[in-house]
Design a protein around this ligand. Structure first.
Ligand SMILES: Cc1ncc(C[n+]2csc(CCOP(=O)(O)OP(=O)(O)O)c2C)c(N)n1
Ligand SMILES: [Mg+2]
Length: 658
């Protein structure tokens, strides 16, 4: 290939000369990227610049490309932000990252994206092709680095290959199941002049709306109709398919409680439906307790089937062998991933569920009406218990997260923002109150109203809040007028540089730091590890201390409002008592609705760090007193937990440890 650049024998340096030197070319290979973004209606590229990326980023300086470069101060922020944008649009989030450290820095959120099936196209500008073998600065085998967390990872071999590779990359990121794709492009390949009419024709869209095989649906329907006591586990593919109504119909037909996968990425079932029981517990005994009395489980869109840290084969499988398993989802890997499935439907959830429901309607399982009535009453009892718990919380010196959750609920509802808010969750030891009180309900919310990830690599939420707020609306029909990010103090410290991009892009986001001055999840984890292994044969380890200083974040104490200020997050306040929460949240929401800047609430949760949880009494009161979400399985879960507890005092409501 002979390019106009090659004809330039003498390099000239003055700006004026540079301006005219390349007059003969108006398109370069990098413009294939912009052809594709135009075709798909994608308006952002996220990244941290390096020299190699400038030719691509330069394309965002052309207004006609309608793409804005969102500058982030760490690659894991860029990828997290691209994930937030992708969650809203349903289209791939696009990144340009810099050689080895660029992709290496983004591995945490790339892993989260892979586990949560978020469509992404990550472009990484490799060193010059002719030099790579000689091991230049920053270069290494980028494809190997990214491969295990992507659907496809490839390094372009010649500039001519770029349109082919890009078409395939975007096609594949959007094909069911969605996921990240990685493309390394030696940067010299991005600057090759091409003809004006040399464009990417388009990106192939493979429709995700395919129904499952009719025989498989009939077989599943027969098993569900004959069930004595069925349970439904709803995973992320339900939320992505926007299939609340279809699954609600099935739950009612079966009289089945609906438990969500633990670490759900979306609100996979509406929390105002009495079948809703919150997320699966994060312990082996807890999961076993949920399934204990059920004969049939309908496992739908359920990818994250083992979200645990502590597990012993001797304590038995997560799903009891007696349980008949029926699967439906849009990818074969998640069907019967770990255990035998009696029936397996490979199909799109939204397209297939109505057919399944129609088969069950003439022959619903025995006792469905009675179970529905029981769940309706249990939901009322749960509401009474949570409200009583909230009253108790209001009398504490410290802030319990339930107070924050209730205040947010009231504000969202009073301001009629149920169809116009997104809650971004990383308050990792405080999930239940937010999942219960916030209106992830059929009154206007959608599965995408809740954002989390299934991977558990901390630092996902603040970055995602950027990409979510950059979009005005979601593909499921909701808006992003109010974006709230609740994040643990420890988690917020992974990427505080996020505030800079929020300020730079004028994104008004309400950040709530659940500041307990510690890694509370890990204190609970220590208790669980000792409880599980302390006296188990083969495990002799006992910790030197149950109160290790390395799980605390109090020396020195952190000043989160000042930290945000340093990065351009001008506004915020410290909140120290339960009585002050409501007013602070009102001010925060007023601020983000009427300004272009963020608001940071440093919520002093359990400000007096509780003593380490070596005994049940020392576990933060708000767990031991906090009602569970799953009232349907409360007793079986408790019984199972007590049967394995060494001190008979493990509370049933502690969050997943990770
Ligand atoms: C990248 C990464 N590093 C470390 C961890 C381990 N980890 C899991 S939870 C947690 C503590 C989170 O603390 P904080 O955000 O303060 O929430 P809290 O548990 O106190 O509510 C840590 C460090 C992780 N999951 N991901
Ligand atoms: Mg903390």
């Amino acid at each position: 290939m002979k390019t106009p650049q090659m004809d330039q024998a003498v390099r000239q340096t003055s700006d004026d000369v540079i301006e005219h030197a390349f007059d003969q070319a108006t398109r370069w290979t990098r413009d294939y990227v912009f052809d594709i973004l135009k075709d798909l209606g994608i308006h952002y590229i996220f990244g941290v610049p390096g020299t190699n990326e400038i030719p691509i980023i330069d394309g965002t300086s052309y207004p006609e490309n309608e793409v804005r470069y969102i500058e982030c101060l760490h690659e894991n922020i860029a990828i997290g932000a691209a994930m937030g944008s992708a969650r809203m649009t349903g289209k791939p989030g696009v990144l340009v990252v810099h050689v080895t450290p660029g992709i290496a820095h983004s591995i945490g959120n790339l892993f989260n994206a892979y586990r949560s099936q978020v469509p992404l196209v990550i472009l990484c500008c490799q060193q010059q092709n002719e030099l790579i073998t000689q091991e230049p600065l920053l270069a290494s085998n980028l494809v190997d680095l990214a491969r295990q967390y992507t659907k496809w990872a490839h390094e372009v071999r010649t500039p001519e290959e770029i349109p082919l590779v890009l078409q395939r990359a975007f096609k594949e990121a959007m094909a069911p199941p969605n996921g990240p794709v990685f493309v390394s492009i030696p940067w010299d390949f991005t600057m090759v002049a091409i003809e004006d009419d040399d464009k990417v024709k388009g990106v192939t869209r493979i429709s995700p709306h395919f129904t499952g095989d009719n025989d498989a649906i009939r077989q599943a329907a027969a098993i569900l109709s004959a069930a004595k006591n069925p349970v439904i586990v709803a995973g992320d593919a339900v939320g992505y398919a926007d299939a609340w109504a279809e699954l609600q119909e099935l739950a009612e037909l079966l009289g089945a409680p609906v438990v969500l996968q633990s670490f759900s990425s979306l609100a996979n079932f509406p929390n105002n439906d009495y079948h809703w029981q919150g997320e699966l517990p994060g312990s082996q005994a807890g999961v076993q307790g949920v399934f204990k009395d059920h004969d049939v489980a309908f496992l739908i869109g359920f990818g994250a089937q083992a979200q645990l840290a502590v597990y012993k084969y001797s304590d038995g499988p997560l799903f009891p062998p007696e349980l008949t398993q029926v699967y439906l989802t849009n990818n074969t890997w998640d069907i019967a991933k770990n255990y035998y499935g009696e029936a397996a439907i490979f199909g799109d959830i939204k397209a297939t569920l109505p057919i399944l429901n129609d088969y069950i309607k003439p022959a619903p399982p025995e006792g469905a009406a009675a179970r529905n009535e029981k769940m309706r009453l249990l939901a009322v009892k749960r509401a009474v218990d949570w409200d009583a718990y909230l009253l108790e919380a209001m009398e504490q010196e410290d802030i319990w997260s339930v107070v924050i959750a209730k205040a947010l609920k009231e504000e969202i509802e009073e301001r009629e923002l149920v169809d116009d808010f997104v809650y971004v969750h990383e308050a990792v030891s405080d999930g239940a109150p937010f999942q219960y009180y916030l209106p992830f309900s059929t009154n206007g919310a959608k599965p995408v109203s809740y954002y989390c990830v299934a991977g558990g690599s901390l630092g996902w939420s603040m970055p995602a809040s950027l990409g979510i707020k950059l979009e005005n609306a979601s593909s499921q029909g909701t808006g992003t007028k109010l974006v709230i990010n609740a994040v643990g103090d420890g988690s917020s410290l992974f990427y505080p540089q996020t505030y800079w991009t929020a300020a730079h892009e004028q994104l008004p986001i309400l950040y709530i730091i659940t500041n307990n001055q510690e890694y509370h999840t890990l204190q609970l984890g220590l208790e669980q590890v000792v409880g599980a292994y302390g006296s188990a044969p083969g495990y002799g380890w006992k910790p030197k201390t149950m109160d290790p200083p390395y799980l605390r974040l109090e020396r020195p104490k952190l000043d989160f409002v000042s930290l945000a200020k340093a990065f351009g997050g001008e506004n915020g306040e410290v909140v120290e008592t339960p009585g002050a929460v409501k007013g602070a949240i009102k001010r925060g929401i007023d601020h983000v609705l009427n300004n272009t800047t963020s608001y940071i609430l440093d919520m002093r949760i359990a400000g007096n760090t509780p003593t380490a949880p070596s005994t049940s009494d020392a576990i933060t009161a708000y767990y031991s007193k906090q009602p569970v979400l799953d009232y349907f399985h409360q007793d079986t879960v408790k019984a199972k937990l007590l049967s394995v507890a060494t001190n008979r005092h493990i509370p049933s409501n502690i969050p997943s440890i990770f």
